[in-house]
Design a protein around this ligand. Structure first.
Ligand code: GAP
Length: 517
């Protein structure tokens, strides 16, 4: 585990050092849980978005795109339930003045019991060696049993307060924190306030105060922009159910506990699709979208063992099925995408609050109904993080040296081809530029002339560039270059005129999409 945490730290600093992700407003000491994407990060991020958009919108005849505004009528958030229920339970420590999520404090306490149990088991494994019977030890060791009993009792109490009738039992949460003797990590005291609900939406004012300004919210999900445009798109696009509307855009949440780099941010980007279906068919479509979305993830070639579904036991009151696609990050399996069967809740709520009829007339059986919705919702930044973590690799080479290489799928790499003149003279830079000027219309190329070739290769390995070519004096004679492959580090002499056909096929988004046929 320690080794995995180490890798995560390395990925974070690699992101900064190589222009992928910077802390926002860094020269002013940063802004909590807000990040900027640098020159390489923005390319990778755009490629992820392209991969999603082309799969969802271009490969599905019955899905169309949308780009709705971030600012929306405030009643939308009342109708969707976000004003009343998009809350986290928080608690303050009076001595340190630090604020925590009460549920996270309790979950961390449960994790501490788990850790103690695992430590006991590890110690015993070491002591007994090959003859160790782990199942028997867990079932009989008094120390393990004691910790397990405490852990299970806490877990049970936690479930009860979270699922209390009429919403989370806030007093019950505080009582657990007191009974467990949970202390503030900063002050070390138990001087806690009551637990209160804290709404995660950011607010701002629209219009000058004198004219009567109104409070509006920065959207916490892009989905509502799709729901309120359902009628517009269905009518103008003459869409027939089942059909989908897809959108990529920023979302904002005032997360109380923001940690793990870009995993939980206050400003982030979502790629969401709402698929409108006939009532009664939604669970079939839910299963279908689970399959399709998992196939999309796995087409990146990171190995099926790194993904799993986490089906939700506890459903939101408007959902009749929900699952997460989790990816194995260095800090464990974590949610990257959510797939939800949201019934007709959102469309019905908007019909109620707006007073407009939001229905679909089905010409096949002459009926009108409010469509049910299957939603697929994935965070661009989490996808970015999962790709960086999986691709980051420190390799021991045969000559004893090490290299850091980002084994990104070539189609997602920020730069596809780097072109190096061997020296800065004899017309080699001009020849290198000539190659770039020809190929830059087809994929992203980069010119590099600083340092020795070996160093230039290492710099490109570190940003995941799949191909490098070197222009030398022989190039001027016979129009051939040395082509070097990132992963194998193999080199071969090829004609300049063949470069496009060798490279293009492997670096386009369609090369990834072909895996999905
Ligand atoms: N419309 C449904 C919805 O927003 P969600 O599970 O709250 O569902 C969907 O969010 C996805 O958005 C998550 O799976 C995650 O990838 C991403 N996401 C949510 N909150 C995030 C945050 N604070 N920072 C980064 N990504 C986030």
């Amino acid at each position: 585990m320690a080794q995995q945490e180490d890798i995560f730290k390395k990925v974070v600093s690699h992101c900064k050092e190589y222009g992928f992700v910077f802390p926002s407003s860094e020269i002013y000491d940063g802004l909590g849980a807000v990040y900027d994407y640098g020159q390489n990060g923005v390319e990778l991020k755009n490629n992820i978005k392209q991969y999603w958009w082309q799969y969802m919108v271009l490969l599905h005849e019955n899905i169309v795109g949308l780009d709705s505004a971030i600012f929306m009528h405030p009643t939308i958030w009342k109708a969707s339930g976000h004003v009343d229920a998009f809350n986290d339970p928080l608690i303050d420590n009076r001595d340190s003045k630090k604020r925590y999520r009460a549920d996270v404090l309790i979950e961390d306490q449960i994790a501490k019991y788990d850790e103690k149990i695992e430590k006991e088991v590890a110690k015993a494994r070491k002591r007994f060696g090959d003859s160790f019977d782990e199942a028997q030890y867990r079932a009989t060791s008094p120390r393990v049993l004691e910790e397990q009993t405490k852990r299970d009792a806490l877990h049970q109490r936690y479930q009860e307060v979270m699922n209390a009738e009429g919403g989370i039992d806030l007093d019950g949460m505080k009582q657990i924190i007191l009974d467990e003797g949970i202390v503030c990590p900063i002050s070390g005291t138990r001087n806690w306030t009551d637990v209160r609900q804290f709404n995660l939406m950011f607010k701002t004012e629209m219009g000058a105060a004198a004219e009567g300004s109104s409070t509006i919210y920065l959207r916490p999900e892009t989905a509502q922009g799709i729901f309120v445009n359902y009628l517009n798109v269905q009518k103008t696009g003459r869409m027939k159910v089942p059909f989908g509307i897809a959108q990529i855009g920023k979302a904002f949440r005032n997360e109380i506990v923001a940690r793990q780099f870009i995993f939980r941010m206050r400003e982030f980007e979502q790629m969401e699709m709402q698929f409108f279906v006939k009532p009664g068919t939604e669970l079939q479509w839910f299963d279908e979208w689970k399959k399709r979305r998992m196939a999309w993830h796995q087409a990146l070639g990171f190995g099926a063992e790194n993904y799993r579904f986490h089906d939700h036991d506890k459903l939101a009151h408007y959902a009749n099925a929900a699952t997460d696609i989790e990816f194995k990050m260095p800090f464990g399996f974590k949610e990257v995408e959510g797939i939800h069967s949201r019934t007709n809740f959102d469309l019905s709520q908007h019909a109620k609050y707006s007073g407009k009829k939001i229905e679909y007339f089905d010409p096949e059986d002459n009926t009108s109904y409010t469509p049910y919705v299957i939603e697929t919702s994935i965070g661009v930044d989490r996808m970015f993080l999962s790709i960086m973590c999986h691709s980051y690799c420190e390799e021991q080479l045969e000559d004893g040296q090490t290299r850091t290489v980002l084994r990104l799928p070539a189609a997602l790499a920020p730069v596809k081809l780097a072109v190096f003149p061997l020296t800065k003279k004899d017309g080699l830079p001009e020849k290198a530029h000539e190659i770039i000027n020809d190929l830059k219309f087809h994929f992203n190329c980069k010119y590099e002339e600083k340092d020795q070739i070996g160093k230039r290769y290492r710099r490109q390995d570190a940003i995941g560039t799949p191909f490098c070519v070197t222009v030398d004096n022989q190039t001027l004679e016979d129009n051939t270059v040395t082509l070097r492959y990132r992963d194998s580090m193999k080199q071969e002499r090829v004609n300049i005129s063949d470069l496009r056909s060798i490279i293009e096929d492997q670096v386009t988004i369609s090369s990834l999409l072909k895996n999905l046929k």
